[in-house]
Design a binder for this molecule. Structure first.
Ligand code: AMP
Ligand code: MG
Length: 432
């Protein structure tokens, strides 16, 4: 029996974060820019010139010398028009005292001018422009290099590509970018009652759904799921499948970590001389969650394991593989992956460490729970802006996938709260 190490949520998170900090990602590969969406950047991306490369007008209007507008209305002489993309090199323009130039959003502001007056505040009579409003120097202009200087770092290693990062990479002409290879995450569901998707379950059997929810979470977190066969609650076969799973970069097991007679996962891992960092967390759902690692150093009696490490190659300096034993109840599996396994996976994927992301929302109806556990309860956040509010989804406990599928977030209840009144603001963890 593995001695129980039940930590608070915060301590368990810290343990995971500390181990994650020591992990090296796999190697990198170069992909087309659009294939980098959701991937982690493995190189630094620099500004290839000043951003913006010229003083950029941010409004349609007239480029002026702000001092010319000291008394209003002012009348200036227009000497031309500059549109976006105008090549000033060929036809240099300079705005002298009493002069102005029509200018469009995105066009370079000519020398002499130090501000742009919006078209709305002007009226034109032939070449004479009457201006009704003053401007301060710099108004409606982004100075050359104000957003970034040539050679400066725009995107750092470890960043996950989103739309803005893709835009930035495109703006410096990166058609291809270097990203980290996706970590492979083996998923092993355990339980005699489980059957595969393609099978018809008997009266007391259920279909394996955890493998699929986990695979979806792994994909969303930037990993490559490796689906193993279902492990029965039987020592030898479980051991075999765990060994297969340890050939991936991370092993995630579900089921078989509670106190039942056939909960063999910890036992088999202990036989493999696994190190356990915790075997429970004071949370609900997900209390029996297990985190540990198996070392494959000298003297490890598992030849297959060693052969696996040799074949795969790994950038983890020690031949050590981390594993999570997640509780089998489907909602527990999803929650514990989210709060504990995700940081590990992100580290393997080369991503800079992330905190869990929370928002605060107004509670629609009262919550009553028992104290002692930090709870992550499926909930629905609805409404927009100041009307948004959150409420629990009625559920039958941590086996209720139907209720959880209706939820779009989890309300987090701290362990010392027995009752939260309607109208209070509560922390909400969004689902990915
Ligand atoms: P366990 O953690 O093995 O005690 O399982 C707890 C509950 O989750 C039981 O009702 C199991 O039938 C169910 N369960 C375990 N693994 C899975 C799975 N892969 N898919 C769906 N339900 C599961
Ligand atoms: Mg089981």
């Amino acid at each position: 029996m593995v001695p129980g190490m039940v930590l608070s949520f915060e301590d368990a998170r810290k343990v995971v974060e500390n181990h994650a900090a020591g992990i090296a990602p796999r190697g990198s590969e170069t992909v087309d820019l659009l294939d980098a969406v959701g991937r982690m950047l493995a190189e630094k991306i620099h500004a290839d010139r000043d951003f913006p490369p010229f003083p950029r007008a941010t409004r349609d209007g007239y480029a002026v010398r702000s001092s010319d507008l000291a008394t209003l209305p002012a009348t200036l002489n227009t000497i031309g028009e500059i549109k976006a993309g105008e090549k000033l090199v060929k036809t240099p323009v300079a705005v002298g005292p009493g002069q102005t130039v029509g200018i469009m959003t995105g066009a370079p502001v000519p020398t002499g001018a130090d501000a742009v007056v919006m078209i709305e505040y002007t009226s034109r009579r032939g070449e004479r422009i009457e201006i009704a409003r003053g401007v301060v120097a710099g108004e409606n202009i982004v100075a050359r290099g104000a957003e970034a200087r040539e050679g400066g770092v725009l995107l750092n290693r470890g960043l996950r590509f989103n739309d803005a990062a893709i835009a930035l990479a495109a703006s410096v002409g990166k058609a291809r970018v270097e990203v980290f290879q996706k970590p492979r995450v083996a998923i092993l569901s355990t339980g005699d009652e489980l059957v595969g998707l393609e099978e018809l379950p008997g009266p007391t059997e259920i279909r394996n759904s955890n493998t699929y929810s986990l695979a979806a979470q792994v994909k969303a977190a930037g990993g490559e799921p490796v689906l193993l066969s279902i492990a029965p609650d039987e020592r030898a076969r479980l051991l075999e499948l765990i060994q297969d799973g340890l050939q991936a970069d991370l092993l995630v097991l579900t089921g078989g970590v509670s106190m039942g007679r056939y909960d063999l996962v910890e036992q088999v891992l202990a036989e493999m001389r696994a190190e356990f960092f915790f075997t429970g967390a004071k949370i609900q759902p997900g209390r029996p969650v297990v985190f540990g690692r198996v070392s494959c150093g000298a003297g490890t009696p598992f030849d297959k394991l060693r052969a696996g490490f040799a074949r795969e190659g790994t950038s983890v300096p020690l031949p050590v593989k981390y594993f999570f034993g997640l509780p089998g109840n489907p909602v527990s599996t999803m929650v514990t992956f989210e709060i504990f396994a995700r940081p590990m996976l992100q580290a393997l994927a080369g991503m800079t460490p992330q905190k869990l992301k929370f928002v605060h929302a107004k509670l629609k109806s009262e919550i009553r729970v028992k104290t002692g556990l930090k709870r992550f309860l499926p909930a629905i956040l609805s409404g927009e802006f100041e009307d948004s509010a959150v409420e629990l989804v009625p559920w039958q406990g941590s086996g209720d996938i139907a209720a959880t599928a209706r939820a779009n977030c989890y309300i987090v209840v701290p362990p010392d709260r027995e009752r939260i009144a309607a109208g209070e603001f509560v922390p909400v963890m969004m689902r990915h």
